[in-house]
Design a binder for this molecule. Structure first.
Ligand code: COA
Length: 373
């Protein structure tokens, strides 16, 4: 066995074929459609249909899909009780992981034909939003509320948390982030979902693992960390001093960098435009000044590092008055579609993932008697 094929972090390694998403320096396509067009023209539910069924729905198929999501909404009381019993200081992502796993015990999907898997994926879209809503309300001393049929998924999430009709700007921008977050080929959490799926384990187990992977600050947890960073500074001058020092220390700035994109993240460019407009509407250009004070020196370095989608997303969610611990769970409410599409794709043409390791331990030795250890 040679070690010349060893790539730390699997950088540059092609780990499978997919027709779901193309992530490239120059483009990001969901089933062939450019992200810029999807962001402008379609809703999250249309994207979810595209990922799960292979194409954009017509009006009738969209209505059917939306009504199926609505039918799946509402958690069994046992799951609500289980969520209520989790310590209050548990991170929302841990609650989501447990909630999805617990809800799985009360679902009755049998079989692995593609239609059943699509239905289970649709159920998971409803479950993730429900768990977020239930936990959010319980933490704020409020009873969970029933979903309201006919709302878009973005509006439903806001309704399940706040219990009031959400405003149009919040719905539109949350929907946009759900579209941008829905899918991104073999990233760490999707790869986790595929690895679990490749053992022919079930979809809920695969998604539970993926949620755990997304939680990490080097992955989906970065949107919360990016906003935490921005809120540390009272002025752009303070932020500018900090970023020079951070770069000198070779510190990782959350919300920057990407394994694949080396010239910038398509999603970040789209969202940043919207975030700037929102900040202007809300009279919070002071926050944009801090945002730019951190960003400019990093993108203008000799070897530039660009913001990924999590950098503008953190500030967008903040400007929408969403609480910090919902940021990564909202990412889950979207990426659940990509994960499930990959689970289904993996199950159609499966070979178990079983790579090799580069052994760097001690060479073979004899087991000493216990008295000599
Ligand atoms: C996303 C991430 C994990 C990719 O990691 P990776 O592909 O292994 O990147 P590398 O570690 O090879 O980075 C290449 C260089 O850029 C630097 N770099 C990468 N991301 C950086 C960041 N966020 N801040 C400062 N420097 C960064 C590295 O220090 C390295 O510099 P060096 O060559 O002088 O050692 C990494 O960019 C990161 O930690 N980003 C912050 C977390 C984040 O925003 N995650 C969300 C991703 S969508």
């Amino acid at each position: 066995m040679t070690t010349d094929t060893f790539k730390p972090g699997l950088e540059g390694v092609i780990a499978g074929s997919t027709d779901i998403c193309c992530v490239d320096q120059g483009k990001l396509l969901y089933r062939g459609y450019p992200i810029s067009e999807l962001a402008e023209k379609v809703s999250f539910e249309e994207v979810a249909h595209l990922l799960l069924y292979g194409d954009l729905p017509n009006a009738a198929a969209l209505a059917k899909f939306q009504s199926k999501i609505d039918q799946f909404r509402g958690l069994p009381p046992e799951v609500v009780q289980a969520i209520a019993s989790i310590p209050k200081d548990a991170p929302m992502m841990d609650v989501l992981r447990t909630g999805v796993s617990m809800a799985g015990h009360f679902s009755s999907f049998k079989g692995s034909d593609v239609e059943t898997l699509r239905d289970q994926a649709t159920w998971l879209i409803a479950v993730t939003a429900d768990v977020v809503g239930v936990r959010y309300r319980l933490l704020h001393g409020k009873e969970p509320i029933a979903s309201k049929s006919g709302l878009s998924h973005a509006a439903q999430i806001l309704h399940l948390c706040h219990g009031i009709e959400p405003d149009a700007t919040s719905v539109r921008l949350l929907d946009l982030t759900l579209v941008l977050y829905a899918e991104h080929d073999f990233n760490a959490s999707t790869f986790t979902a595929r690895v679990i799926g490749s053992t022919t384990s079930d979809m809920v187990s695969s998604i539970t693992g993926a949620i755990g992977a997304l939680k990490g600050p080097l992955h989906g947890g970065a949107n919360e960390r990016a906003m935490e960073l921005l809120s540390r500074f009272k002025s752009s001058e303070e932020a500018a001093v900090w970023v020079q020092e951070a770069l000198a220390r070779k510190e990782r700035v959350m919300g920057f960098g990407h394994r694949v994109y080396k010239n910038g993240d398509h999603r970040a460019r789209i969202l940043e435009r919207e975030m700037r407009n929102l900040a202007e509407q809300k009279g919070r250009m002071d926050l944009v000044a801090i945002y730019d004070a951190i960003k400019d020196p990093i993108v203008n370095k000799e070897r530039p590092i660009y913001p990924n989608v999590d950098y503008p997303c953190g500030l967008t969610y903040y400007l929408l008055d969403l609480p910090l611990d919902l940021y990564t769970p909202l990412f889950v409410c979207s990426r659940i579609t990509g994960w499930c599409a990959h689970y289904i794709e993996q199950s159609r043409d499966n070979r178990i993932y079983r790579p090799l390791s580069n052994y760097v331990g001690v060479s073979e030795r004899e087991v000493p008697d216990i008295a000599r250890r």
